[in-house]
Design a binder for this molecule. Structure first.
Ligand SMILES: Nc1ncnc2c1ncn2[C@@H]1O[C@H](COP(=O)(O)OP(=O)(O)OP(=O)(O)O)[C@@H](O)[C@H]1O
Length: 357
């Protein structure tokens, strides 16, 4: 059994931050953590002037991780990084303070794709991280904005941690891994901090994420939306010019029913629906290869036909997809040649061919 990402983080939390009172994880020193089949990699970002003080902690972290069951190798590298200023706090803002009305083109960002689902847990975030890395593999400049306020999961799925820096106190530097520039509401609030977001606060926070994050020039920004039809979806469509929405659903009736509500909402907001992705389509047993339709089959295809939107892909329910996501390296990166990765790469190529990414 290979080690889990959570076990690695727990171990790193036992190592004291030599520059402050807390531990390496809460100090935000651990960056780009990936855990893949027992291979643990991360970098520690340290002010070069203080590197010597931090080295014993780096060595201790490496030694503790090597002693963990299921760890094959550990690579812990220190990188020079000038002491970051604290990023600006996300403060509640009134709708007025949140900027001008009407959808705006965000400078530097050519296209925005919303990844949505009617219901939680259908694999929307898994699809978003794999799609982002697949687009990056095709040479696109890709950003991923994790706006899932109820359960921001992209930092874990893309193997990034720590609080983003803000050298000037105004703009926020996003994080980057696997060729994807990432910003997440989760990175601004701390992993275990429960945040109750209310409408106006969300509008301000989302606006900040879109306009104050230094995304650089992007061909496409994917926005991983919270499930359902709420304030974030409305705000995004009202504030930014969204190229289109992709709806992720499982073949189950209930998930489909919820997806329908999502489609209705995007129609009302005037956001084009580019297509639906059926996730957890069939289950292929990792032992015997037997194929089973755990959540039914063909539901998404029938529904999409009724609604006149294309089905972009049917992604199987597959253990390797979950393990890759949990380890911080999406399957598109960890096993690029696998049929599972190919399903995501096919969607990426289609989006590019249609001029949508
Ligand atoms: N095709 C798949 N095969 C196997 N596991 C999957 C697949 N898609 C998603 N999962 C797993 O299902 C769980 C839920 O997925 P994910 O977090 O992407 O869902 P979500 O729709 O974004 O949920 P929420 O909106 O509640 O955050 C995760 O553990 C993920 O690894």
């Amino acid at each position: 059994m290979s080690v889990t990402r959570d076990a690695v983080l727990e171990t790193l939390k036992q190592v004291k931050d030599p520059l402050g009172g807390g531990d390496l994880v809460s100090a935000g020193m651990i960056r780009a953590l990936t855990v893949d089949d027992g291979v643990v990699r991360f970098v520690m970002e340290v002010d070069p002037k203080r590197a010597a003080e931090v080295e014993p902690a780096r060595a201790e972290a490496e030694a503790r991780l090597k002693a963990l069951a299921g760890v094959a190798s550990v690579s812990a590298v220190m990188t020079a990084h000038a002491a970051p200023a604290a990023p600006p706090e996300l403060k509640p803002q009134s709708a007025k303070a949140a900027g001008p009305a009407g959808p705006q083109k965000i400078p530097g960002i050519d296209r925005i794709l919303a990844i949505a689902s009617g219901k939680g847990g259908v694999g929307k975030s898994t699809v978003a991280s794999n799609l982002a890395t697949a687009l990056a593999a095709e040479g696109r400049r890709v950003g991923l904005l994790d706006a899932d306020v109820y359960g921001p999961s992209q930092p874990r799925m893309l193997g990034v941690s720590g609080r983003p820096a803000s050298p000037d106190g105004k703009t926020i530097l996003p994080l980057r891994n696997h060729g994807v520039t990432l910003m997440s509401l989760g990175l601004m609030t701390g992993e275990n901090e429960a945040v109750v977001w209310r409408g106006p606060m969300l509008m301000g926070a989302l606006q900040q994420m879109l306009t104050q994050v230094q995304w650089g020039a992007l061909d496409v920004l994917l926005v991983d939306l919270p499930p359902g039809t709420g304030d974030v979806q409305m705000t995004l469509a009202q504030k930014a010019e969204v190229t289109g929405a992709i709806i992720v659903s499982t073949p189950q009736d209930i998930a489909l029913l919820d997806a329908r509500k999502g489609i209705d909402m995007f129609n009302k907001l005037g956001t084009p629906i580019l297509g639906m992705i059926e996730n957890m389509s069939t289950h292929i047993c990792s032992q015997c290869g037997h194929e089973e339709h755990v959540f039914g089959h063909g539901g998404v295809r029938d529904e999409a036909a009724k609604l006149g939107v294309p089905v972009m892909a049917e992604i199987p329910l597959d253990m390797s997809i979950r393990m890759a996501a949990d380890g911080g390296t999406p399957i598109v990166v960890s096993h690029p040649q696998s049929p599972q990765a190919e399903s995501f790469r096919m969607i990426a190529r289609q989006l590019i061919a249609d001029g949508n990414a």
